[in-house]
Design a protein. Structure first.
Length: 494
């Protein structure tokens, strides 16, 4: 009897512990063994699985492309042998060459003080095995937008791939993506978090192509491209049905709704059947409708993505999209609206931002005020588009190193700024330049040559030589960054 009671008590205790653990996980709090975020007083941090606070310092574009330059083919063959790169251009995972390559990258990260592989990185098995660095997983759904598309470009992209965010197909695509990329990593303590797309079009710039803008219809000039795409779908599509439901919220009748768009509609079926929305009768109201429906799209985007992730992983951080802040900051109302809409669905505000600290300080303060969440600059560089310079120009790289060191120190003196990922690892030939050479596109080749921007920003040469005048001050600043961030160093941001 006593044994039975002990067994019963043990079973009850285990059940209670299990329920508490489940509740803890579902509440959004971090379980042991996962990267989380933590606020110590007024200072935000990433929190490592062992409980230690840290700041994420990383690099993007550690990609096989940069070991296939016409400038370093001989070096790569001598350094690693003939089997580092497969015929398809990818790293030959598992080969001795790949192990040596990964060990070199890992050693550089540790030497420089870097601890994260950022957004634009292949998930190399060799690199993951060799390095103790954290990493970001990009959950790419092949979205129609590029990181900085203008209105005319985005309209064309949406026409080519009319993504219906409200459809069952989209939900299933998000779940399939999570099945492939989230499920296998749900228990990986080195995963920093999940990121989505590059520069989502929550704001839209008209761009500089006046001729392309002139060709747009009145509706195309006012209505957001994604909204217009869903408005223009067939009556039975999920996106069109969502648009009609929204119109019924905003207008007392179909004829009133149609009047805004210069459409004669005696019933809602007339609007459902309309697939060509070209004219605008009331620009202000149409613009307001567009922004309101875009809000529904944004919320749906983040809700579906979050649900797909949390089916497999209730612990790891959701970083969300890498916001194009160089563009978004020019539209403060739209930026504010998008931040509020995504706020319930992400743990960190993930941005891409190239600007001097004097500008960034103001913008970052605005973002934090709007959402109250820590900020990761997941793709950045100081003085983007460095002019081409040989390593022998130590004066150029020395000044650049001082600028980088000051920039990083200032950013980490902001209590809500917790991560800095550089847009580049190797100072190698830019991908667009290489592609232009390969296809014989001489105008593009000459553009890069004349502007002296054939090489991307990075910290080693194509022969893997460290750019010491740049790295020495930057690494020192990185070593001191946690002290600065905690408020005990000499930062200039507060």
């Amino acid at each position: 009897m006593a044994t039975a009671l002990k067994l019963l008590r043990k079973t009850i205790l285990q059940t209670i512990v299990g329920l508490v653990t489940l509740t803890w996980s579902l509440s959004g709090e971090a379980a042991a063994g996962y990267v989380s975020i933590d606020k110590d007083g007024e200072v935000w941090w990433f929190k490592a699985p062992d409980g230690k606070h840290f700041l994420s310092v990383g690099a993007n574009h550690v990609e096989s492309l940069y070991w296939q330059s016409p400038n370093n083919q001989s070096f790569v063959r001598t350094q690693y042998g003939p089997d580092l790169i497969l015929p398809n251009g990818q790293i030959n995972e598992g080969s001795e060459a790949a192990k040596k390559w990964a060990a070199n990258v890992s050693r550089n990260f540790e030497t420089w003080g870097f601890n994260t592989f950022g957004f634009h990185n292949s998930l190399s098995a060799s690199l993951r095995s060799a390095s103790k660095a954290f990493y970001v997983v990009e959950l790419d759904l092949r979205t129609p937008w590029g990181w900085n598309m203008s209105r005319p470009q985005l309209l064309q992209a949406m026409k080519r791939r009319p993504t219906d965010i409200f459809s069952e197909d989209f939900r299933l695509a998000a779940e399939a993506n999570a099945d492939e990329f989230v499920k296998p990593r749900a228990n990986d303590p080195l995963l920093l978090g999940y990121a989505y797309s590059d520069g989502p079009p929550w704001t839209v710039s008209d761009g500089t192509d006046a001729a392309a803008l002139e060709k747009l219809s009145p509706a195309e000039k006012i209505i957001h491209p994604w909204v217009l795409t869903l408005m223009s779908q067939p009556a039975n599509s999920s996106g069109k049905q969502a648009w009609l439901a929204a119109l019924k919220e905003w207008y007392p009748s179909a004829d009133k709704a149609g009047a805004t768009y210069g459409i004669s509609a005696s019933n809602w079926g007339d609007l459902a059947a309309t697939t060509a929305w070209r004219q605008i009768a009331d620009s202000a109201q149409a613009g307001a409708d567009s922004q309101a429906f875009l809000g529904k799209i944004i919320r749906q985007w983040y809700a579906i993505r979050q649900q797909a992730i949390r089916r497999h992983d209730t612990h790891h951080l959701i970083l969300g999209d890498k916001l194009n802040i160089n563009r978004d900051r020019k539209f403060p109302e739209e930026l504010s609206r998008s931040l509020h809409l995504m706020n319930d669905y992400v743990d960190v505000i993930n941005i891409q931002y190239y600007a001097p600290f004097s500008e960034q300080r103001e913008t970052l303060a605005f973002i934090y005020k709007e959402c109250g969440k820590p900020i990761l600059n997941g793709d950045t560089a100081v003085n983007p588009l460095w002019e081409d310079n040989p390593l022998s120009n130590t004066e150029f790289y020395g000044k650049l190193g001082k600028t980088y060191a000051d920039h990083v120190t200032n950013l980490f003196s902001l209590p809500y700024f917790i991560g800095w990922h550089h847009c580049g690892y190797m100072r190698g030939l830019r991908k667009p330049y290489i592609e232009a050479m390969q296809r014989g596109d001489q105008p593009t080749v000459q553009f890069y040559l004349k502007s002296k921007h054939t090489f991307r920003e990075g910290f080693i040469s194509e022969l893997e030589e460290p750019i010491t005048p740049l790295l020495t001050p930057l690494s020192q600043a990185i070593r001191e960054s946690e002290q600065v961030h905690a408020g005990t160093g000499v930062g200039k941001g507060l």
